[in-house]
Write a protein that binds this ligand. Sequence first.
Ligand code: NDP
Length: 328
Amino acid sequence: MSEKTRAIIVRRYGGPEVLKWQEIKLPQLGPTDVLVHHTAVGLNFIDVYHRTGLYPLDLPLTPGVDGAGIVEAVGSDVDDLGTGDRVAYTGNGPPGSYSERRILPRTRLARLPDAIDDKTAAAIMLKGCTVEYLVRRTFPISAGDVVLLHAAAGGVGLIASQWLSALGARVIGTVGSEEKGELAQANGCDEVILYRVQDVAARVREITGGRGVDVVYDSVGAATFEASIGSLRPRGMMVTFGNASGPVPPMSPLLLSQNGSLFLTRPVLAHHYADPTEAANGIAALFDMVTSGQVTPHIGQEYPLPDVADAHRDLENRQTVGSTVLVT
Ligand code: NDP
């Protein structure tokens, strides 16, 4: 087994230019570890937060929080995976998937069903598991619930649109352009709001006959927080789970009472996928949604992994739709 691989290294926080493709040494394979040869890696907005230092990590670092590939070697105590098996992962644990090969603990890996190819897996692992916990655990959706979903044509957004629609929710999606609006509607949104030009809270009141929505899933953060709060029905649930436009500034709890005794949560995947049984159940639910055809991942664009800086630029400039896959 070669001890070297190639990976993206970040030595200082900064713009996409800090993402450097380099040769690195692989650590030693431990008894409960697996060496995975990545075939496809997911691009996720959290990779931008890691690159810029919004979510600080020790440097140097290799970003990337999900991926798919083939088992190249297993540690002496691993008896339920072998060379050539197809696997994928996300969830708890340090980043590092922007690499050709990587050593991971066996506990982080899920065996891929034949019906899910490697690129599809890379397109869904973090994004789909996020949707899984948001719609089943953070605010368990019932048929007939009315939902406001921001960035509905994005990676998380299209999977959420499809999953929410499959659960029988009425989905109001916000999008940055008319083309994205068409895509969101083709993937399960009942209504779309062009949030760069329309008053979101006012449109939501019109669409819902003045009632407001039961839940808002808001990954955009600073730019949409106020409109999200203003879109909820009394005792509705505000789920702020991302910062694509920047983090939400500090706020007073009085805002929640003034807008109707609202609930507010700021969830992250790690707390929903820390327990191995919960994680396995979450991944199984995601795979079921995909293999049953209720969620059909949309890969909007692909980039060679060494060119991931271009992918970051496009993601941050709102040029991508659906999931982005990095191929090795
Ligand atoms: P997306 O594909 O959704 O890309 C981000 C989208 O956000 C853009 O395409 C754009 O869509 C919209 N957007 C709005 N304002 C801005 C802005 N100022 N700059 C850039 N984009 C903006 O990314 P992902 O699917 O990878 O992630 C979506 C969000 O979900 C991220 O915020 C991410 O951090 C969060 N997330 C949270 C997790 C958690 O557990 N808490 C786990 C996984 C993801 P448009 O042009 O339509 O406005």
